[in-house]
Design a protein around this ligand. Sequence first.
Ligand code: ADP
Ligand code: MG
Length: 352
Amino acid sequence: MVKPLQRRMARICAVALISALTIAVVSCERRPGEPVSRSEMWLGTVTSVVIHDSRFPSDVLDRVFHRVEEIQWRMTINEPDSEVSLVNAAAGENPVRVSPDTFEVIEMSIEYARRTNGAFDPTIGPLVKLWNIGSADERIPTESEIEDVLPRIDYTLIELNRDTFEVYLPVPGMVLDLGGIAKGYAVDEAARILLDAGIQHALVDFGGDVYTIGTRPDGNRWRIGIQDPVNTARGRFVGIVEQTGRSVVSSGDYERFFVEDGVRYHHILDPDTGHPTRNGLVSVTIQAPAAMTSDAVSTGAFVMGLEAGMALVESLPDTEGVFVTDDKEVHLSSGLDGSFRLVEAGGFRLQE
Ligand code: ADP
Ligand code: MG
């Protein structure tokens, strides 16, 4: 009974070994429990995939990282000839045709801007540039500089043509910045490639934007630590969420910031005030079927604040949230019961 299977395995391995001449990662008949992982720098962060299946197509990790690279080159604003940069360069002049990829992410970013009442706004670019948080040129801009850019931050102005995949920013100086959503899209695409390849147990983690495929190899749910936003040493958690087959993403004021006169200026900006948000929240974690949703909603809800942000989460199907305040209160959305565990050591308090 066993033999034919072994012969078939031997054949599969032979094929895999031939392709090993050209492909870096080959796996066949590894011992169970021995995961295969790869990490690369993309999208301004460490992107990593860990596969726990014992057999899978040998080129799947190559395909994942090629796709991530493609998404980066299309959507980054740090390269002058990415599709998004070309759209930005043509603001006030002409529409620019983009790939269906970029078009979809822009379309979804507008959808999330609507749902968050503009708290998430993909036209935040001019403000991001003004503050430059996380770069060597970060600084507090003057109020008049802020007043000057605010009229250009308005997602309702973006013009999309679904037939031609053209995107037009009608006001000179408008700047699209997909930094609050593109990483989530890349995570979803990575997960899709892994799932299409039949993979049943894997973890995608792009700088904290996580997708859990299936269960852990032992059949239990994945356990994902939510970063302690107050004591930000890596590996210190507010709590643990347990999940299978979905995404989880955090936004917080601890990721990129500088401090001046005791005030923390961080990278999530309020499109209404033009300043980094200051509403008592220090982190928002969203769990949802798609990482693009989790990414955009975590950023948007962080700007909206506890009450409005939580109301948004409760209104979205199959979407849950963990909101942490600066006085260490932890607020959970109604569907998280049983899949969140507080880490006692951090001094956080669960609010009923
Ligand atoms: P991270 O990049 O740390 O994972 P987020 O997903 O919350 O965090 O995205 C923050 C990025 O999103 C910022 O660096 C900026 O590019 C962009 N951004 C900042 N404020 C907003 C906003 N109000 N709406 C949409 N995007 C924003
Ligand atoms: Mg985000």
